[in-house]
Design a protein around this ligand. Sequence first.
Ligand code: GLC
Length: 659
Amino acid sequence: MVAPRELHDAAAVRLVAGGALGLDALVGGGPPLSRDRKDTFALRLDRFHADLEAALSLIHPVPEVREPLVQRLVELAATTFAERPDELHRLDEQRLLAPDWLQQSRMFGYACYTDRFADDLRGIAKHLDHLEGLGVTYLHLMPLLQPREGDNDGGYAVQDYGAVRSDLGTMDDLRDLATTLRERGISLCMDLVLNHVAMEHEWATKARAGDPAYRDYFHVFTDEAVLDAYEQTLPEVFPDFAPGNFTWDDDLQGWVWTTFNEFQWDLNWANPSVLVEFAEIILGFANLGVEVLRLDAIAFLWKRLGTNCQNQPEVHAITQALHAVTRMAAPAVAFKAEAIVGPRDLVQYLGTGKHAGRVSDLAYHNSLMVQVWSMLAARNTVLAKHALASLPAKPTTGTWITYVRCHDDIGWAIDDRDAHAVGITGHGHRAFLSDWYSGEFPKSWADGLVFQANPATGDRRISGTSASLLGLRSGATSGPAVDNALARYFLAHAVVAGWGGIPVIWSGDELAQVNDPDWAEEPGHENDNRWAHRPRLDWSRAVAKDDLRTIPGRVYTGLKHLAAVRAGLPQLHASASTEVLEETDDGVLAVVRRHASGTFVGLYNVTEVARPFELHRLHDAGLTVPYDALGGHVLAVGSMGMLWLPPYAAWWVVDAPSG
Ligand code: GLC
């Protein structure tokens, strides 16, 4: 037990000074806290106060601005802590005892829209067998708060953070679902949109009504020259349906920053009030039992003239401040950064340098996703090996979210330098990938849709479900084309599930659903073909999920197998790094993971013909009797000590189990 005098951080001591640690005063009314609880909070404050101070010093160097902000945030943390239900305090303890909970190989994720999966929040609880059967331990529900009416970018234009979308249920339903999931060993992740709000949000309404305090929640400009200056270096996220980055508003008599759609107003994170509002929102969800918050479009939070206004250093400072406050109140809660950025900007989101261990716990491995598609189309691993091997090392405490695809389009985040290093051009390869996956390239197996063609840059992103992009056509049931497509399906998922991190399956992919042909029929969806790959789950396909004579059965069983084998391989613990072997056959991707529990080598053949890999390299990596854990057999060696990977083989090689 730590007495107040032992708290070494001077500012923290000030904050908790007076009374029995002063916590009652910080919390205000409410039931008195036990001595133990007070000690716990004092320890957390002592631990995280410096992180909070350091983060805010970067954003608000002026003490007169920063100090009241720190005070307010600590008060919020204290109130949340005091109001936190006992069972969530218990969860905090459990997570603190196993801080690597997100890194364990039992983690296996699933993402869906609540309504498209199960109508509403209560409906989800009725379908847990489907998820548990697959091996799911982490469920990401897409935006579920009250959005604006009409087009709302799939819920990413939130009108009210205090209410669940009315057709999905209530806050109580959300709490109940989080509780049920927790009891079944599944962690609930939900979206938190913090770069922008719907233009109908109360803050925006007040700004439009002329309240200067709320006008300052947004970036509003009256001088067009300033916009022009910003536009010089700003990319366009939706060049098709929302060109430019600013929108004129008559009521404001100004231009408001709208990175995404005109109805999504970017928030001004330089305003301390915005930080306080979001700290309160985050802590509210923490106390409902939400375990992971997906920080949507986090890369865009800070604007700086002369830059692309992404990945600015202040973004990481803001995340650190929110993280510190959340850790004080609810250490069981983790952050997931949604930063779909270039390979070299990515790793910072998991915390590097002074932010190490202090920002997001999870981040999407966008680069790996892109390289999986690139390898399969090119039947070549040279670029992927170079690009993935050149990525800066991931901090050991950070965890990738790995995925074959998600609810968004696939943008070809191929770094020009990587392409150049392997003798191709980034532009040419990106064009090839768009041609291939839109099905325009001769003999392409893919059936994707072009999303946001940008004539100025030549970019063409791609929409499509895994099945449609990997060559499974609606109605096809058997034959070599189907076998090849299924082999690619399994291979792509094996690469991401064998990388280390939390693999996340997008809803419908576990049953090999193809693109929704009616995607444009729903109001508000007509201009956004990402809805083609966000189909309603076809429960009629789930009936066959265990029937290996059917495609849904083969896919569901295959993915379930990956999850089950993975759960039994501690070598896939996300703290270990993944090393890519660059000198392998051009059709083979080989990754080595060295963990205290043993070595793991992932071997993948991305082509339709057998490819070689030298056995001695497995021995060199430390494996004595190489055994493919996916196939369940010791590897057979060919002549001259060569292993031959059959077409599209995916092997997870570890030492053969003894006995
Ligand atoms: C994220 C979401 C995407 C959305 C955008 C704006 O990138 O994944 O679907 O359009 O943020 O909120």
